[in-house]
Design a protein around this ligand. Structure first.
Ligand code: MD3
Ligand code: FE
Length: 226
C-alpha cells in the first residue's frame, strides 16, 4: 500500500489566479482525458512527447560554467533552446542529430494560444517549445529567460506529472522568491512585468504519477525569434 501524500489530480473546474501583475496561473487547464478533440488532453500530449523525444531524445545540457544540468531537455518547433560551454542560444537543428527539431504539434500551438489569450495576450504564436524532464532530485536554479528576441511576448508553461514547488522571484536575483506549488495540468502565463523575473524549481520530491510515473515534465512555449 502506498500512501498518496498529495493530490496530484487536476481539479474538476479550471480556476485562475493572478500570481503577480502579468502572470496568471490557470489551474487544471489541461485535463487527463479529452472531452472532445485532441487539444487539452494530457494523455494525448504524453503520446506527442514520446513521439518528439524518440526523434530528439532528452539530454542533459552543460552550462557555460561547465555544470551538467539535472533537468533533461528536448525541444520542438522551429527553434530549440540549447546550452553548452559556448553559451545559451536558440538553434534550428538538434545538435545531436543535425536534423531540424520535430514540429510543434498543432494541438500544442492551439493550447498555448488559448492560454495566452485567457491571460490577456491574444495572438501568441510561439516558434519554440522547450521540454524539460525532471526526475526526483532534479532542480532548476534561479535564472531569467532572456535569450528570446521579443521580450514583450509572454512565455506559456505547462506542468505535467509529479508536483513541483516553483520559485517565483523578482527582477533582482536577491529578491526573496514566492513558492508556488505546480500540479499536473497547471498552466502559467508569464508576461508583462514578470517576463524578466528570476525563477527556478525546487528539487523534485520522490513520487509516482498515475500517467507519467516518477517524473515531471514542463513545456515552455516561447517566441524565440518571432
Ligand atoms: C517566469 N522552466 O525552462 S516553467 C525554463 O518548471 C524554466 O521547467 C521551469 O524556467 C520548469 O526556463 C519553470 C515557468 C516559467 C518559465 C519561464 C518564465 C516561469 C517564468 C519566464 C519569466 C518568468
Ligand atoms: Fe526559465
Amino acid at each position: 500500500m502506498t500512501l498518496n501524500l498529495f493530490d496530484d489530480t487536476a481539479p474538476d473546474e479550471p480556476s485562475t489566479r493572478q500570481l503577480a501583475p502579468g502572470a496568471l496561473l490557470l489551474r487544471g487547464f489541461v485535463q487527463g482525458e479529452s472531452d472532445g478533440g485532441n487539444e487539452g488532453s494530457s494523455t494525448a500530449m504524453l503520446a506527442d512527447i514520446e513521439a518528439i523525444t524518440s526523434q530528439a531524445p532528452f539530454r542533459h545540457l552543460v552550462t557555460p560554467g561547465g555544470f551538467t544540468m539535472s533537468v533533461a531537455m528536448s525541444n520542438c518547433g522551429q527553434l530549440g533552446w540549447v546550452s553548452s560551454r559556448r553559451g545559451y542560444r536558440y538553434v534550428s537543428a538538434d545538435p545531436i542529430s543535425g536534423n531540424p527539431w520535430p514540429c510543434m504539434p498543432a494541438s500544442w500551438l492551439a493550447l498555448a494560444s488559448r492560454a495566452a489569450t485567457a491571460a490577456g495576450y491574444p495572438g501568441f504564436v510561439p516558434d519554440a517549445c522547450l521540454i524539460n524532464q525532471y526526475a526526483p532530485g532534479s532542480k532548476m536554479s534561479l535564472h531569467q529567460d532572456r535569450d528570446e528576441h521579443d521580450l514583450s511576448q509572454p512565455i506559456v508553461s505547462l506542468s505535467l506529472g509529479l508536483p513541483a514547488v516553483f520559485l517565483f522571484g523578482g527582477l533582482k536575483r536577491s529578491d526573496k522568491p514566492q513558492r508556488v506549488p505546480l500540479q499536473h495540468g497547471d498552466v502559467v502565463v508569464w508576461g508583462g512585468p514578470t517576463r524578466l523575473a528570476f525563477h527556478g524549481v525546487m528539487p523534485l520530491e520522490e513520487g509516482e504519477h498515475a500517467l507519467l510515473g516518477r517524473r515531471r515534465i514542463n513545456l515552455t512555449f516561447r517566441c524565440a525569434s518571432c
